[in-house]
Unconditional design. Structure first.
Length: 253
């Protein structure tokens, strides 16, 4: 057997949240390239449609669903759509997320809660909704962040708290579901990549990375895609409850 075959997702059904832009759109293209059927979920319907048309034009079987992951019923609706269209879900990638640089002393209950509701609660609601239609051998990948592991160096209390929570949630779901349901659950922790979320502070972040990471640069989408495919695919069949960090050495210094 060719070891690379373990990274294929031919005919596997993948639900991907936060798919309309940034890392999520890149993930969708990478998943399509290894043969997955896709259920793309995000709040921006127009962008979802454009991405779905691009992927379908290249031969991928893809459906979309406008979704706010902070709303539990939206998450259940995505799971129902996937089950109706494909009969099951083999992989869930919880990628939806929001950020915000706000000093802790200036944050408001509404602002803080809005980040937690999407980044942490939304991850849980999606996992809870999809698990009943995920067969043994399935995989959940929760996209966290290096800021869930180390100090952010910028004022981001709500974001850092939400991403640290995702790592804790990952460990618990792995403990609850991997042995009993056969669903592996892992976290992917990206460092800094060029996306819409980082565009406004790109110069400051580049300076930060030059001084505080081993490789001294932003990551590229392909460098994160390979890690995602590892966790999503049978290549990681003996991996659960872990956190895979892809950060150019940011957390090592």
């Amino acid at each position: 057997m060719n070891p690379l075959d373990a990274y294929r997702l031919d005919d596997r059904v993948v639900v991907l949240t936060g798919a309309s832009s940034g890392l999520g759109a890149g993930f969708a293209r990478a998943l399509a390239a290894v043969g997955a059927h896709l259920v793309l979920a995000a709040r921006r319907t127009d962008r979802l449609g454009k991405l779905a048309a691009e992927l379908a034009g290249a031969g991928t079987r893809v459906v979309t669903h406008t979704t706010d992951v902070s709303v539990p019923e939206d998450c259940r609706a995505v799971a129902r759509r996937a089950a109706e269209e494909f009969g099951r879900i083999d992989v869930l990638i919880n990628n939806a997320g929001v950020g915000g640089v706000v000093p802790a002393s200036c944050d408001t209950p509404e602002s803080f809660s809005s980040v937690i509701d999407v980044n942490l609660s939304g991850t849980f609601w999606m996992a809870q909704a999809c698990a009943p239609v995920m067969p043994p051998g399935s995989s959940i990948v929760n996209v966290s962040s290096v800021l869930g592991l180390v100090g952010p160096r910028f004022p981001q209390a709500s974001y850092a708290a939400s991403k640290a929570g995702v790592i804790g949630l990952t460990r618990d779901l792995a403990q609850e579901w991997s042995g009993r349901k056969g669903i592996r659950v892992n976290a992917l922790c990206p460092g800094y990549f060029r996306t819409e979320m980082t565009a406004d502070g790109a110069d400051a972040l580049q300076d930060l990375l030059a001084r505080h990471s081993i490789l001294g640069r932003f990551g590229e989408q392909r460098e994160l895609d390979s890690a995602l495919l590892f966790l999503a695919s049978p290549a990681s069949s003996y991996v659960t409850g872990t956190t895979l960090t892809v950060d150019g050495g940011f957390t090592a210094l």
